[in-house]
Structure formats: C-alpha cells, structure tokens
Design a protein around this ligand. Structure first.
Ligand SMILES: [Fe+2]
Ligand SMILES: [Fe+2]
Length: 361
C-alpha cells in the first residue's frame, strides 16, 4: 500500500502534549430539562435502565487483583514475531530499520503494543464517560436521561479498572493517540445531541466491543480476561442504548439530514481503521514514524481480515438504524468498498442484548 505525501504527514502525527494533565474541549450543545417525567414512555429504554441498575459490578471487589501477571511470559505464549512470520502477513522488513532487530526487540515491541492498546482503551473509556455525561444533559427524554446516568457510572468503573490494571500489572501507560483524541474531540464538539450517540455509542463503542472481544480471546492473562468480560457485559447494553434511541430519532429525519449522519459514520469508520497506527510507540523506540507506518501498512486495509472484523458490530447496527440504505445506499456502497458489508446480517446489538438477557434471565 502506498500513501500520498499528505497521508504520510497526517499519519506521522504523534501526541505532543504528553506532559499536560488536562485537556479542554469546547462543548457546544444546549442542556435540556424535560418536564415530562412519565417513566417507561419508551419501554425499551426503561427496560435497559432497570437492567442496568442491577448490573453494577465493583472492580475492587469482583476482580482478583492478587493474580500476578508476567507480561513477558504473556507475550511469549502468543508467539514473538520474526522476519518470516511478518512476511506471511505481507510485511517485508528488508532494507528498513527493523532488519537488524532480534528476538529482544520484537518481544519489546509486542509488550509495548499491548500496553499501548490497553492505554487507548482506557482513554477511550474516559471519552465514553464524558460523552454519556453529555447525553444526560442533552437528550430530551427522561427514560434516556435515566439510562445514560447508569452508563456514566459504568464508564467510570471501566476507566478505573483499565487504569488500575495498567498501574499495577504493567510498567506505565501511553498518552492518548492523537488521532483517537481528534475523533473524540469531534464527537464532543458537535452540537447535535444525536451525534454524541452516533459517534460514541454506535461507532467507537461498536469498534471497542469487537476489539475487547478480540483481546479477550487472545490473552493468556486470567485477570485481564476477567476484566474484559466484566467490561463487555456492560458495553453490549451501551451499544443497544445507542441503537434504540437513534432508531426513534432517525425516523423523523429527512434524507438530507440522514446523509450528514451517514457521512459522519463513514468518516469515523475510516479514521478508526486507518489512523490508529501505534505512532506513540514508534516515537518511543526512536524509529521514524513514517517509515514504521509505511512498513507495517503493507497490506491493503480493505483486504485485511483483522481490520474487517472490527466492523462486525458497527455494520449491522448501522443497518438497523437505516443508515446503510438511505440516500440510495450511500453508506452501503462505501462499506462494500471497505469489504465489511458481509456483516450487515449479523445480529445487531439490540437484538443480541435482548437475546443475552433472555438467556441469563
Ligand atoms: Fe466502557
Ligand atoms: Fe461503554
């Protein structure tokens, strides 16, 4: 895969305010009070709320923090990459700075990659915390305000457990990836209340649900597996909340308004797939970020099954919301080009959540 000079410049951006402790983002939305207190007017949301109240686990009490984790051993169990295994994935390191790397360097890269990924999960969870607090303020329906309030608490626990894991089981964490931060900024600054839902609940959380599942299947660490299982049990409910709320609202929108939502979803999809490239790690290793991205992006992302899988939750949810087919299939055509349209008939998260709910009683 070759990049234009412009793409290379964009992708090489790394986080520069690593020493800052806060970041201020403009929140342009109106805060809405409602005087319609009729509880259960939206039965689906009310059911989610009742469920959420009883599903509040406690990371301190429910996770076994006494488990010792040997991160190096975890990496070894998954296999350390080498020249040949990379070539099988379409990554050729001939003539690059990676050519001289031995087992020690590849092991360190795997270790740092897992800490980097967990760090981005933690920052993304804070994004979710802030976004759901914003939804409490901006959504006009009482059932949605109630439910969103429970999600604020869920997200607080998610930030808490990822942060505790990074603090006590790894050595340190990475600052937020600049492209993740830029996406979170765009979601927060939009003044339309439904865009917080679409950006966070459907796109970011949809991707996170797939990424958490992937990490849970791969890791040999029993504590991390436990932690991800708890977090994921909440996330399915969160995505279902987004789908339920937007389904009602999108029913009232014009095609032109829906096109704006389709464009927003597509833009977020491309950014999440193509821009999160471990930039902060390359910088720490002292490797030219452009060179590293060029080397590791050898495979066309449209053809990469791992990249495609990240959309397994997003595509059926977009379909349920009518976003695939509005405006003569505008988004459907783009998801076809990304080779992710095959997920359209997978179970959507609202149906999946109902199903899980029925099984667990
Ligand atoms: Fe979360
Ligand atoms: Fe969430």
């Amino acid at each position: 895969m070759t990049f234009t000079a412009e793409q290379e410049e964009l992708l090489a951006v790394t986080n520069t305010d690593v020493d800052a402790t806060i970041r201020t983002v403009e929140n342009n939305a109106d805060t809405i009070f409602t005087w319609d207190y009729e509880k259960g007017a939206r039965a689906g949301l009310n059911k989610l709320y009742e469920k959420a109240k009883g599903a509040q686990w406690d990371g301190e009490r429910d996770l076994d923090w006494s488990i010792e984790v040997d991160q190096e051993e975890m990496v070894r169990l998954n296999g350390i990459p080498n020249r040949e295994s990379l070539l099988e994935l379409g990554v050729d390191i001939t003539g690059t700075s990676f050519e001289s790397w031995g087992e020690k360097e590849w092991l360190e890269l795997e270790l740092q990659s897992s800490i980097w990924a967990l760090s981005q999960f933690m920052h993304g969870e804070q994004g979710a915390l802030v976004c759901t607090a914003k939804i409490v303020e901006t959504v006009p329906w009482i059932d949605a305000k109630y439910y969103a309030a429970t999600q604020v608490m869920d997200e607080a626990r998610h930030v808490e457990v990822f942060s505790k894991y990074l603090d006590t089981k790894t050595d340190g964490w990475y600052p937020v990836n600049s492209h993740l931060q830029a996406l979170l900024d765009d979601i927060i600054t939009d003044n339309r209340w439904d865009m917080t839902y679409l950006g966070m609940q459907v796109m970011v959380e949809g991707l996170a649900l797939a990424a958490f599942g992937n990490m849970m299947n791969q890791t040999h660490d029993p504590l991390l597996r436990q932690l991800l299982r708890y977090v994921m049990s909440d996330e399915a409910r969160h995505v279902a909340f987004g789908v339920l709320s937007l389904q009602e609202y999108y029913g009232e929108l014009t095609e032109a308004e829906l096109l704006e939502r389709q464009e927003f979803a597509y833009d977020a999809a491309l950014r999440m797939r193509d821009r999160f490239q471990r930039q902060e790690i390359w910088e720490r290793f002292g490797i030219d970020v452009k060179e590293a991205i060029r080397t590791f992006s050898a495979q066309d992302p449209n053809e990469d099954p791992f990249q495609q899988l990240l959309f397994a939750k997003i595509v059926p949810n977009c379909k349920k919301l009518g976003l695939l087919d509005a405006n003569d299939g505008w988004l459907r055509k783009r998801f076809e080009t990304m080779h992710v349209i095959q997920f359209e008939d997978h179970i959507d998260t609202e149906a999946e959540y109902e199903l899980l709910d029925a099984i667990s009683g």
